[in-house]
Design a protein around this ligand. Structure first.
Ligand SMILES: Cc1cc2nc3c(=O)[nH]c(=O)nc-3n(C[C@H](O)[C@H](O)[C@H](O)COP(=O)(O)OP(=O)(O)OC[C@H]3O[C@@H](n4cnc5c(N)ncnc54)[C@H](O)[C@@H]3O)c2cc1C
Ligand SMILES: NC(=O)c1ccc[n+]([C@@H]2O[C@H](COP(=O)([O-])OP(=O)(O)OC[C@H]3O[C@@H](n4cnc5c(N)ncnc54)[C@H](O)[C@@H]3O)[C@@H](O)[C@H]2O)c1
Length: 464
């Protein structure tokens, strides 16, 4: 048989069916294209099975416990018996269908997508192999393959039964003690939840603060909140050696002292895209690059698009979906704006929540902007004060003083992620600060603190 005869011709091949790929494949199929969707694991990807959804179910459970703990100060008394089994049951039953993607797969194929189970790999321009099958895509190939946990090169770590986010999300029981390597989004969210369920947690972060990509005030607040929940936080801490003796882990730090000990070790030190496994070299791209660089329409090369974590523009479900929408338009030849990341929002779902959009003060200065900033605590607002325990937070604004618009903001507090919305609009639409200052802000909301922060912007020192 001629090799060419085995090639299956389609309009589009989507490799990876996480939030971005699933949306994109389904939308293109509904538009009438012949679409093959390739998935190596579960249709839906990391977010619904091992990421956002189960972790936010955990966060919700931890927050309820914390609120119950605040009853004494506000409303009398409450007796609570925390039970991880309830959380684990909700995750396996309601969220993940016991890590079964039948419903998601059926939903996708009902839209007309041909689902091919297996690991896809590029085989030159517009071609993808999956096992023994080869697909040739007339319009092109979309890579939406996400990322995997990055394991740091710490002596002794490889070969130990350390946890990644996947083990944590599937945990039917919590260990009595846990070391968390990495104080980024995963590390702080899970450390707080586990501590609230009586696990003795220590976070080991290499940088000098938690959430090091965000404003320093955000890291300081996260650290205070974690400590209040009983978490031990070690920053600027370098791990020299990891050991496991069958029963538990030891972690020796470069700074010396007794090794840290715990039943479990969670590695949450960032993620990477495995471009070599995708065969990007067959289309002339560098497999060692950390991410696939795209243009504003999500094109990587002729006949090749990429969306989601693999593009390195922010590992968030909303970025993946946003990019997927743009790629859909481009593949269908429809007009619309290019990708614009100026107002990229993100929320770390600790209690208090830490929302941020656009540039931090440091990044704005690195870009050479003349910057004006202000920070106001939520406690200075009526709502922050009357909320009482659990009401800590702040608003920080970063203004491009020459243009008189916000280029970044942080909103931390009990509803920090929701308050962020208004700031997101302001940064995205470049609403002049002068107009924002003369808006009416509802009393007594948390977001009224934005009004105070705007007033403080111009009361402070001259921009520099
Ligand atoms: C613990 C945790 C909590 C998170 N919380 C949040 C949150 O609250 N909010 C938020 O916005 N984001 C959150 N994220 C990030 C979010 O999960 C990701 O940004 C999102 O899932 C990325 O979507 P994606 O479309 O890039 O693909 P992914 O969800 O990464 O899925 C990619 C898919 O491609 C498949 N695949 C990979 N290679 C191949 C191949 N060669 N062939 C076939 N299939 C392949 C994989 O099996 C996977 O199903 C969290 C992540 C984690 C780990
Ligand atoms: N709420 C959310 O939106 C949410 C929640 C969880 C995860 N996520 C996404 O998932 C991605 C991955 O999360 P993550 O927490 O693994 O990564 P991250 O990049 O957010 O944080 C990793 C942290 O580990 C630290 N680190 C790296 N190597 C280390 C070492 N050897 N020792 C000690 N510390 C070390 C880094 O300094 C960093 O603070 C995030 O970037 C985020 O985009 C989002």
């Amino acid at each position: 048989m001629n090799t060419d005869e085995r090639i299956e011709r389609v309009d589009v091949v989507v490799v990876g069916l996480g939030p971005g790929g699933e949306y994109l494949a389904g939308t293109l199929a509904e538009a009438g294209l012949d679409v093959v969707g390739v998935e190596a694991e579960l249709v839906g990807g990391e977010c619904p099975y091992w990421g956002c959804v189960p972790s936010k179910m955990m966060v919700r459970a931890g927050n309820v416990l914390a609120e119950a703990g605040r009853v004494a100060a506000l409303a009398g008394g409450a007796t609570v018996a925390a039970d991880w089994g309830t959380v684990a049951g909700r995750i396996s039953g309601e969220a993940t269908d016991d890590w079964n993607d039948r419903v998601a797969a059926d939903r996708l194929t009902a839209k007309g997508v041909r689902l091919v189970r297996g690991r896809g790999r590029l085989r030159g321009p517009r071609q993808v192999t999956v096992g023994a099958r080869t697909f040739a895509a007339r319009r092109g190939v979309v890579l939406a393959t996400g990322t995997r946990p990055r394991t740091p090169a710490v002596p002794g770590l490889a070969g130990t039964p350390y946890w990644t986010n996947r083990d944590a999300m599937a945990a039917k029981e919590l260990p009595a003690s846990m070391l968390v390597l990495g104080g980024g989004a995963i590390g702080v969210e899970l450390a707080q939840v586990f501590a609230r369920f009586s696990c003795a947690v220590t976070v080991v972060e290499g940088q000098d603060r938690l959430l090091s990509q965000e404003e320093p005030e955000a890291g300081e607040l996260a650290e205070r909140a974690l400590r209040e929940d009983g978490v031990t936080v070690l920053t600027a801490a370098r791990v020299r050696q990891v050991g496991h003796d069958g029963a538990g882990f030891t972690v020796a730090l470069e700074s010396g002292g007794e090794p840290l000990r715990a039943e479990r070790l969670l590695v949450a030190t960032g993620r990477y895209a495995d471009l070599a496994a995708l065969g990007v070299d067959t289309v002339g791209l560098d497999p060692a690059a950390g991410a696939l660089e795209t243009d504003g329409r999500m094109r990587v090369a002729e006949g090749l698009w990429a969306v989601g974590d693999v593009t390195g523009r922010g590992a968030f479900t909303h970025v993946s979906m946003y990019q997927a929408e743009i790629a859909v338009r481009d593949l269908l030849g429809q007009p619309g704006p290019d990708a614009d990341y100026r107002a990229l929002p993100r929320v770390t779902f600790t209690d208090p929540e830490i929302g941020a959009v656009g540039l931090t003060e440091r990044r704005a200065r690195e870009r050479g902007l003349r910057v004006r900033t202000s920070v106001v605590p939520l406690s200075s607002s009526t709502r922050g004060w009357l909320h009482g325990p659990g009401g800590e937070g702040f608003i920080k604004l970063v203004e491009d003083a020459d243009r008189g618009v916000l280029v970044g903001a942080t909103s931390a507090g009990p509803a920090g992620g929701e308050v962020l919305y208004g700031l997101n609009v302001a940064v995205h639409a470049e609403v002049p600060v002068a107009r924002l200052r003369h808006m009416i802000y509802t009393y007594p909301t948390f977001h009224r603190a934005v009004e105070s922060a705007l007033a403080a912007l111009h009361a402070g020192p001259d921009p520099r």
